[in-house]
Design a protein around this ligand. Structure first.
Ligand SMILES: Cc1ncc(COP(=O)(O)O)c(C=O)c1O
Length: 385
């Protein structure tokens, strides 16, 4: 059997690899604690589960779903955007349902880029911005991100020859993995830049609902002129502890939404309509569980930040996301450090370089772990040292 050449350029999916190592250690009897993947440990709020229980009994929901998302779902997405950010959208043309934002990111490549085109990708970011390009035979240019630019991807330094072939640019704030947040002026600069160079700006707002110390993330679509050039992705995964449900949406520029919807309608057949009904409850029902989740992650963030110095790591205090992005001691690569922590302490942390070239020298610690396990993991790392 011969597989496609591009498969050789595709790294194993980061967390599939971590899972493999975890299972190998567990088979040896090690009690592994994972601070690796960002998968909320708390259950989906009961109000959403109840909505699903009701929706699943409706026989209409047992048939093929509408490709772009049900009308009520798209209207609910538009209503949520209006209530949450003051952004007005036409649900018929400016919203498309996604089977999780990961799916949307991957399918943007065949919708927007041709082989040989460039996508501008943050120096650290969600790995699918890169693998989407690999799978569509297009190129990636990494926009530098580091401490000195506050982890705000430097799109302005993109070389002219790359810009001439650039079709799409990804940004994502609050940022995974660096947990950086972006001032709205930065969004304005990105919008102007993408307009000037005729590039689709994609803002992946997967952590839109998780903010600390009174900070509430904003929408890029809330900025003037954004819809001319941008789409934004929102997901129920982290906002409502619904990672397993696979429900999200893209909104914004109608031409880009149409292109994405066309690719999708040729590949997938939409989201189970009962799941869309539950997501309507998630977005339009009582939002007090959202505030409770942020308070929980903020408490865990403080726990981790208080301990970091004693284990030789340093980090900025995050204002959002469910991650602490920690600088590792000199003399280690990210992969060596993560490997040591796994072998000697039985704790999984994500090596920073897996998120892009600017991640070398860092690890990502996920806060999606019960408090007691989080404390134990940090104690084990301290003892190991
Ligand atoms: C920045 C970012 N984008 C997208 C995703 C994918 O989320 P979803 O569950 O909506 O596919 C994640 C998941 O961790 C993420 O961190």
């Amino acid at each position: 059997m011969r597989t496609a050449k591009r498969m050789n350029n595709l790294p194993p999916y980061l967390f599939a690899e971590i899972d493999r190592k975890k299972e190998a250690l567990q088979a040896q009897g090690v009690d592994v604690i994972s601070l690796g993947i960002g998968d909320p440990d708390m259950p989906t709020p009961q109000r959403i589960v109840d909505a699903m229980a009701k929706a699943i009994t409706n026989p209409k929901n047992h048939q093929y779903p509408a490709y772009a998302g049900s009308k009520p779902y798209r209207e609910a997405c538009a209503e949520w955007m209006s209530r949450r950010f003051g952004v007005e959208l036409n649900p018929a043309t400016e919203v498309v349902a996604l089977i999780g934002s990961k799916e949307g990111i991957a399918h943007l490549f065949p919708a927007i880029t041709d082989p040989g085109d460039y996508t501008l990708v943050p120096g650290v970011g969600y790995p699918v911005y890169t693998t989407g390009a690999v799978l569509s035979d297009s190129n990636v240019h990494y926009m530098p991100m580091n401490e000195s630019n506050d982890w705000l991807a430097d799109f302005e330094s993109t070389p002219a020859d790359v810009l001439a072939k650039a079709k799409m640019m990804f940004l994502s704030y609050p940022n995974n993995p660096s947990s950086a947040i972006a001032p709205v002026e930065y969004f304005d600069r990105a919008i102007a830049f993408c307009k000037e160079h005729d590039i689709l700006l994609v803002h992946d707002n997967a952590y839109s609902e998780i903010g600390f110390d009174g900070y509430k993330p904003s929408a890029l679509l809330g900025r003037p002129g954004a819809k001319d050039v941008a789409i934004e992705l929102f997901s129920c995964s982290k906002a409502y502890n619904m990672t397993g449900w696979r429900v999200a949406f893209a909104a914004g520029n109608a031409e880009a939404i149409k292109a994405l919807g066309t690719v999708k309608s040729n590949i997938d057949s939409g989201i189970f309509t009962a799941v869309q009904d539950a997501a309507i409850e998630a977005m339009l029902g009582d939002q007090s569980d959202v505030a409770e989740m942020s308070a929980l992650y903020q408490r865990r963030r403080d726990l981790v930040i208080d301990t970091l110095a004693s284990i030789g790591l340093s980090a900025r205090v995050p204002k959002g996301t469910i991650y602490v992005w920690a600088k590792i001691p000199e003399g280690y690569t990210s992969a060596q450090y993560a490997g040591d922590v796994l072998q000697k302490a039985g704790v999984i942390v994500a090596a920073g370089n897996a998120y892009g070239p600017d991640g070398e020298g860092y690890i990502r610690i996920s806060l999606a772990t019960p408090d007691a396990r989080l404390v134990e993991a940090l104690e084990r790392i301290k003892t190991m040292l």
